[in-house]
Design a protein around this ligand. Sequence first.
Ligand code: KG4
Ligand code: ZN
Length: 338
Amino acid sequence: SQDIYILAIESSCDDTSAAVLHNDRVLSNVVANQDIHEAYGGVVPELASRAHQQNIVPVVHQALAQANIDKNSLSAIAFTRGPGLMGSLLVGSSFAKSLSLGLGIPLIEVNHMKAHILAHFIDEPGMKKPEFPFLAVTISGGHTQIVRVDDHFTMEVIGETLDDAVGEAFDKSAKILGLPYPGGPLIDKNAAKGNPKAFDFPIPKVGGLNFSFSGFKTSILYFIQKEVANDPDFIEKHMNDICASVQDTIIRILMKKIKKAVKETGINRVAIGGGVSANSGIRKAMKDAEKQLGWNTFIPKFEYTTDNAAMIGIVGYYKFLKGDFADERISSKARFAI
Ligand code: KG4
Ligand code: ZN
């Protein structure tokens, strides 16, 4: 068998990441997080681009050093073409193009949403690969999609959010409660100590397998404003119960559509990915579905579930096997269908 070494670059949002893969195994996966956005309560595109430019070379150096391979042994460079923030994508693609030119090796373009899904195929102890066909549910600060996956390169989005992503629903709710960004993990932590049925928030009515979270966020805002008008200490007194109720509602919104997708497709293999798959409520809901509904569920290792270059590398590997290389004039795409 062939020895393929892929250097992968991910820079679609606020994390600069580089990874080296030997075939479908990850030798290194370095991620530089950008703390600067915390003070702004969300990702500031201009600051993200600058931070990528500062981080990209050191991150690539570190990925090569940790993998203990010389850049001259690389077979190809894979990079995220989109979707994402244009200024952030341009940093990664320009760097990848220059390096592929310098080393005289092929360039491979990768769709970030496909990568979240193919992350399940990284060969690593403790991770099981889903059999085709399966349903991939990608839930993060930027995305909320249900995708029917028939093979590595045949996939179809069957449901997605019409407005905010599920991670944004967590983060915006947290912001209303005065929690720092990103608030998702803090809601999860507080929820563990609260009663999920303490407060009742409406489940949005959305057609088909699509989602909407903007009305949900507004209902939390109005609820909190009303309660705080009566009792200025309301949030402090009920923080854990509010977090538990918010989380419970978001999970019910998600599970309702995932169950509907399973029913409509007859596929009961469900693979989740994206930063929100770290949430303990969604993990428990998946375990319950395995026990009660006979599903087979898949959750990758945490480092492959948030934005990372290893997932770009695994797509790079499969594309390398097909000889599917990018033209050197290829341009980034802020919007890029799966
Ligand atoms: O995949 P990711 O690191 O970046 C992208 O957005 O692409 O996902 C980050 C999102 C944030 O919205 C964060 O609040 C959310 O994932 N998140 C969580 C948890 N851990 C991360 N949301 C709820 N519970 C968690 N435990
Ligand atoms: Zn992502």
